[in-house]
Write a protein that binds this ligand. Structure first.
Ligand code: ADP
Length: 548
């Protein structure tokens, strides 16, 4: 017997309909690519998204067409997402920080039919256009006055383009109706090894993921919140905020192209932001800026930190010095991206702060809709005791069941589990701790050493700005850890200082065999430490212990 409830497909554009009806005057503030601060509302965004959708249809775009966006977080990018999705198109976010060759590969693999781009990227798009034969329309996300002087075929200014579309006074009536499992968005993983692989979200998965993100023990999004997603829409869906914030009508503050500490601080202050989200490197820059200026964060209530491990010292600084609650989160493009969030549970209320910090430093527990387990190399499930570590596998309605065009099949098994490529522990309360990427883990004498744990501890040293641990060849142990350090400006520390600081905090055999000081650690297009490059740089490195 089937239930007798309505079949109301979970379509992404219904979110903007809802926001534009019930939160019509709630503001969306952006730092525009052209420079000035721009203010609009959900009502206006809903209307313009309709126009955009209609303009695409008038130009012959149809259900299933992939439409690229190469853009910062702004109101126009938001309109483009909803407008594209609303006509059954698939918004395909391109990460402009990738190498041009990778961008060409991705656009061609996706067979993008149009490309919406910010004028920041006009020179890049001019260079790429001849190599992207499937793209037949280029939309520069600006008005005619700011149209750059570039040779790009079939180029139109965004404001002119949406003016081609009709506006409909009743939100919800104009959108095309289709099944909720219809593809909606496409995002490629950055592909540190091999070619990038496409993750194809559905309307249903995006809507469910928005619900999931908004929950109290996840991001706790409320109408009263003012949300600043520093995490780009081109990096794993801006962690659901482009869907979850309009769902509840939170005010949105979009940072545009300026993601440095000082610019972010300015928005946090002037717009009285209560919730913000980004990778640790962004917060490193903000905290350094605050230290320099002596500014505080009186309005900010919570900060979401994920994308790579958030050091314990960063959580402590935010919470103790600035009175901002940190939620450490883990996820990945393949998971829409949220997997776990580090909010505390009721039974932890009375714990001393240091113990709470132990939990907050973990990557968190999964919201309803994410299943997790860890396995050994033979796919045997390992205990949830917080000690055993193994390959982390996940499944759920917002987790990919395959990559676009059948790539990377080996990551998925018959029971529907996706192998994240991360190595982790899970404790009895469901808090997961990432110990490493499987490919970065150091195998010393057959035992695993967690590089993330050593890095987290090392950045707790007052002179250390950033730390990375890589495995270096060792004649006796196969591999031993080398700690690579960037010192804070104007600070000094010796190899011995750093090792002494770590002494007693980690197992003796985890102690790095050496410390190398560098002026900069390379990062990937999504802000992660680029360990491949570091390993290449230190490929011939001779550890002082190598002669033993
Ligand atoms: P990319 O395109 O760089 O792979 P993703 O955001 O999909 O971008 O990367 C996902 C990976 O990032 C995870 O599998 C994990 O290794 C790492 N990661 C994400 N969040 C955290 C975190 N809080 N702590 C440690 N690692 C993290």
């Amino acid at each position: 017997m089937l239930g007798q409830m309505q079949d109301w497909p979970l379509l992404v554009h219904r979110i903007i309909d809802h926001a534009s009806l019930y939160h019509h005057d709630r503001e969306v503030v952006s730092r525009s690519v052209e420079g000035p601060i721009h203010r609009t509302t959900y009502g206006e965004i809903g209307r313009r998204a309709h126009r955009l959708s209609n303009a695409l249809q008038k130009r012959g775009f149809k259900l299933g067409d992939r439409i690229g966006t190469m853009a910062w977080n702004t109101w126009r990018h938001l309109e483009a997402w909803y407008g594209i999705a609303g006509m059954g198109g698939i918004y395909h976010t391109l990460n402009p920080r990738l190498f041009p060759d990778q961008l060409v590969y991705i656009a061609n693999h996706a067979e993008d039919r149009a490309l919406f781009f910010d004028i920041t990227f006009a020179p890049l798009v001019e260079k790429l256009a001849p190599q992207m034969p499937t793209v037949r329309l280029y939309v520069a996300m600006t008005d005619r006055a700011h149209l750059p002087d570039v040779k790009i075929p079939n180029l139109v200014a965004y404001e002119d383009f949406i003016a081609e579309g009709d506006e409909h006074p009743f939100p919800g009536r104009e959108w095309t109706e289709f099944d909720e499992n219809t593809a909606c968005g496409l995002c490629y993983t950055s592909g540190t090894t091999g070619n990038p692989k496409g993750v194809l979200y559905s309307h249903r998965s995006n809507v469910l993921h928005g619900f999931m993100a908004a929950q109290p023990d996840a991001m706790c999004l409320r109408n009263a919140d003012t949300v600043l997603p520093v995490v780009p829409m081109f990096h794993a869906n801006a962690w659901a905020l482009a869907f979850a914030a309009p769902m509840v009508g939170s005010k949105l503050v979009m940072p545009g192209p300026k993601l440095d500490g000082a610019s972010i601080y300015e928005l946090l202050e002037t717009e009285k932001v209560s919730l913000t989200a980004a990778v640790p490197t962004v917060w490193l820059s903000l905290l350094q800026d605050l230290e320099k200026t002596g500014n505080m964060l009186p309005h900010l209530n919570r900060v979401l930190i994920g994308g790579s491990a958030c050091p314990r010292s960063m959580i402590e600084t935010f919470e103790k010095k600035y009175e901002v609650t940190v939620v450490h989160a883990w996820g990945m493009t393949e998971m829409s991206p949220l997997g776990t969030l580090g909010t505390l549970k009721a039974k932890m209320d009375d714990l001393p702060y240091d113990k709470k910090l132990d939990y907050k430093t973990k990557q968190g527990h999964p919201p309803f809709g994410v299943e997790m387990k860890i396995t050994d190399d033979e796919n045997g499930e390992l205990p949830r005791d917080g000690k055993a570590f193994g390959r982390l596998k996940v499944r759920g309605p917002c987790v990919a069941k395959g990559y676009f065009r059948g790539d990377g099949v080996s990551s998925f098994d018959e029971a529907g589990w996706f192998d994240t490529g991360d190595v982790a522990t899970i404790d009895p309360d469901g808090y997961m701790t990432i110990t490493d990427r499987a490919k970065d883990v150091i195998k010393s004498g057959g035992e695993w050493i967690s590089t993330i744990e050593i890095e987290n501890l090392a950045v707790g040293h007052p002179a250390v700005a950033e730390a990375a641990v890589i495995g270096v060849r060792h004649p006796k142990w196969d591999e031993r850890p080398l700690l690579v350090i960037v010192l804070k400006q104007g600070q000094s520390a010796s190899r011995e200082d750093i090792l002494k600081y770590l002494d007693g905090k980690i197992a003796k055999w985890w102690m790095p065999d050496d410390v190398a000081f560098v002026s900069e650690i390379p990062h990937t297009a999504t802000g992660k430490i680029q360990k491949i490059t570091l390993r290449e740089t230190f490929a011939g490195y001779r550890l002082p212990t190598a002669a033993e």
